[in-house]
Design a protein around this ligand. Structure first.
Ligand code: ADP
Ligand code: MG
Length: 724
């Protein structure tokens, strides 16, 4: 039997491995593998705890002696849970996370050893980071990189290792990761928010920036995955004819979760709860085999760490259940891709959410001040916001017909837009409260509808008490778009405050001053608001007229990192320096090139070694059939009996010839450009290689429909996409 059939049979016969959901209540073990406040109470003195809380909440530097006490407490806590190793855990610019494990065990020279973990080891480690991308920030002669402890994200245990969240910086202090700029952007935004909030007489100690992510993903059977070299090498199928049934019936969305998948989810949730990750929601997504997991929103730095931890857990737990989890934004052509919606809001330690419309005039004024500043941030920095979600893999989503378009606009709904228009007249618009609406069944009470409708096509939508940045890709570190968004918002809030202050200094009444600035901001950025269908062609034309950034070429989108307004925004908020931005642009161009180079070579190999031989075999089989018939049939019958075969032979010939010549041409482009600088190479990949990837695929997919199913070497879409 063909090995594809064997794999398919195995996949169908898989019985669920039940997860480990224990007989305990979630609250009994939630957070048991995190060095959280409960653990600190047990392992740290009151004074040390106070110092660490001050450091977490007030952003104060923890002094050396305190770090020593914390390290001792952490070591004891970890060892009590059977841990033998520790690792500085960081987020390099490659994406994903990196870790280097060291043992607590330290030989003392007389044949024995003791467990050691000092404040110095906790606080800082030197790493030979030369194989992490640095975009020129770290010359090879200065290969040292440093990881430094982030006390605001707690240490956690997986297996025998205690992980310590850290930032990763070069010898000269430039950031080589996502966490450092994320923390800087959060600080900038919290400070700017606090200063604007002070205009409204709000009582609070500090502002908090929140993130609630929704992670979409695909699961496919491991046996089938292993039979698809394209998935193994690139995480997406470079070929594969659509299955006759995919998502058109929309029967998967919110449908019953398949048993095997549910077992995986239960296991995943169990592990996540032990790490204190507040998972809340699980459901089927639109595409077959596509699912979503989402936690309750958290302080942003922690939320990002938790997302990365969950992604790592998913990979591991999927394996145990015979699955492979795919985070690629578009693993299958013709079915929906995966995103990672980032729900973003700003609040205070006293529970205010600045995006919650209020009841009093002052609360409403506050609400509109923050909404309008957000809109202006999105308007002024739409280009870099788009760059922050763009990648080789997310490019399949952005601009395609089912995901946020490649034009960054914002949906705020009629009511808020009307209210902002009214503010032009000098009135404080009342935020309409939720409207009750009868569902038409007497036994069922009125439902409360949110005052914003849902607009699924908007990349940046207001959803009642937060903005939802939907363009983020499922495989991305959501720190990246959040860094851009926080910084853009911080910049706008700073300007908002200074304009209000200037009016007040001129003698304007505070309320009038605020209203004036809201009005000015809105007039300035109104054209970024769009409530219609973001996928339509009319919108593309309209957006161009409005002067919005409509660029879709990935390498050119990355140019936005280096625009004057981007540099100004990041520098004025102290989030990133010019050289850090240059390094990033360089890394993103490089990584785009590498991904496309791998895709091109994988496709050429697969087409040449797997598909063409099978197609040619089939062609010769048909040809010998045609020849054999000549022996047994008279001329008239012969013509009739072989007409279809001959047509097939010629169709096969066409596709075979196309594949062969296009693969050659594509690879010669890849070989030709190796010396160019990354941006120029990326442009060639985008303009010349991508079209080949598509047209070669078209020929292969056409062959899939012609060639005998029994001979086809790769699992087909219909086999991979329907987990039983
Ligand atoms: P939907 O799929 O309809 O967008 P979900 O329930 O899947 O809704 O996800 C909503 C996400 O928004 C969750 O992660 C939730 O925690 C988050 N969220 C809710 N309120 C806020 C808020 N004020 N700030 C940030 N995130 C929020
Ligand atoms: Mg959502």
């Amino acid at each position: 039997m063909n090995s594809r059939f064997e794999a398919v049979n195995k996949a169908f016969e898989q019985t669920p491995v039940y997860g480990a959901p224990p007989a305990m209540k979630t609250s009994d073990y939630y957070g048991c593998h995190v060095f959280n406040r409960a653990a600190m109470r047990k392992y740290l003195s009151r004074e040390t705890r106070k110092m660490i809380y001050d450091s977490i909440e007030g952003g104060l530097l923890l002094d050396k002696s305190a770090a020593g006490y914390v390290a001792a407490g952490m070591k004891q806590w970890a060892m009590d849970l059977g841990v033998t190793h520790y690792a500085h855990w960081f987020q390099p610019l490659t994406g994903g996370t990196a870790e280097k494990h060291d043992s607590f065990a330290e030989p003392y020279g007389k044949g024995g050893c003791i467990e050691e973990f000092s404040g110095r080891l906790l606080a800082q480690q030197e790493t030979d980071g030369s194989s992490f991308p640095s975009g020129g920030l770290r010359n090879t002669f200065e290969a040292r990189g440093y990881t430094a402890w982030d006390p605001s994200s707690p240490a956690f245990i997986i297996g025998d290792t205690m992980f310590i969240p850290t930032v990763f910086v070069s010898y000269s202090g430039e950031s080589l990761d996502y966490k450092a700029p994320l923390m800087r952007s959060i600080n900038a935004l919290n400070k700017a928010s606090a200063s604007v909030l002070s205009l409204f007489g709000e009582e609070f100690e500090r502002c908090v920036t929140y993130l609630g992510w929704e992670q979409e993903y695909f699961l496919i059977d491991r046996e089938l995955y292993a039979q698809r070299p394209d998935l193994v090498m690139t995480e997406r199928t470079l070929m594969g004819h659509s299955s006759s049934k995919n998502q058109q019936l929309e029967d998967h969305y919110f449908g019953a979760i398949p048993m095997r998948v549910l077992a995986f989810m239960q296991d995943l949730e169990y592990e996540a709860y032990k790490l204190g990750i507040p998972i809340k929601t699980r459901h089927n997504e639109v595409a077959p085999n596509q699912f979503e997991i989402a936690p309750v929103y958290e302080e942003m730095n922690l939320a990002v760490d938790h997302n990365l931890m969950v992604m790592a857990l998913m990979k591991r737990i999927a394996k145990k259940h015979g699955f492979k989890v795919l985070f690629h934004e578009k693993p299958f052509k013709g079915v929906n891709g995966s995103g990672k919606h980032c729900n973003w809001s700003i609040g205070t330690d006293t529970g205010v959410n600045v995006f919650s419309p209020g009841k009093t005039d002052s609360e409403n004024l506050r609400f509109y001040s923050f909404v309008v500043s957000t809109l202006r941030a999105v308007y002024k920095h739409g280009g870099v916001l788009k760059a922050s979600v763009m990648s080789a893999s997310n490019a399949h989503r952005l601009g395609a017909n089912e995901a946020p378009p490649a034009i960054i606009s914002s949906y705020i709904g009629d009511q808020i837009a009307d209210a902002l228009d009214e503010i032009g007249s000098g009135e404080i618009a009342k935020m309409p409260s939720k409207r009750g609406r009868s569902v038409g069944i007497p036994q069922i009470p009125e439902l409360m509808f949110d005052n914003t409708d849902r607009n699924r096509t908007s990349p940046f939508a207001f959803t009642g008490n937060r903005f939802e940045f939907r363009a983020t890709g499922s495989s991305a570190n959501c720190a990246l778009p959040m860094i851009a968004l926080n910084s853009a918002m911080a910049e706008q809030l700073i300007e908002f405050k200074s304009r209000v202050d200037a009016y007040v200094a001129e003698g304007k009444e505070l309320e009038q001053a605020i209203l004036s600035v809201i009005k000015e901001f809105y007039v300035d950025c109104k054209c970024v608001c769009f409530d219609g269908n973001g996928y339509s062609d009319e919108w593309k034309d309209e957006a161009k007229c409005r002067g919005l950034d409509c660029e879709t070429s990935v390498p050119l989108v990355f140019d936005q990192y280096l625009s004057e307004s981007t540099k100004r925004m990041f520098e004025s908020t102290n989030v990133m320096t010019e050289s850090e931005l240059e390094a990033r642009a360089e890394i993103y161009w490089e990584s785009y090139c590498m991904k496309l180079d791998i895709e091109a070579r994988t496709l050429a190999d697969l087409a040449g070694n797997h598909i063409l031989p099978v197609a040619m075999d089939y062609q010769s089989k048909l040809a010998s059939g045609v020849a054999n018939m000549k022996v047994i049939l008279d001329e008239q019958d012969y013509e009739k009996a072989t007409a279809a075969q001959k047509e097939y032979i010629m169709e096969l010939a066409d596709h075979i010839a196309n594949i062969r010549s296009e693969c050659k041409a594509m690879i010669s482009i890849c070989d030709r450009i190796t010396d160019k600088d990354p941006r120029d190479r990326a442009i060639v990949f985008h303009d010349e290689v991508v079209p080949y990837l598509e047209s070669i695929r078209d020929s292969v997919d056409a062959l899939e429909l012609i060639v005998d199913d029994r001979a086809w070497p790769l699992p087909k879409y219909r086999e991979m996409l329907f987990v039983r």
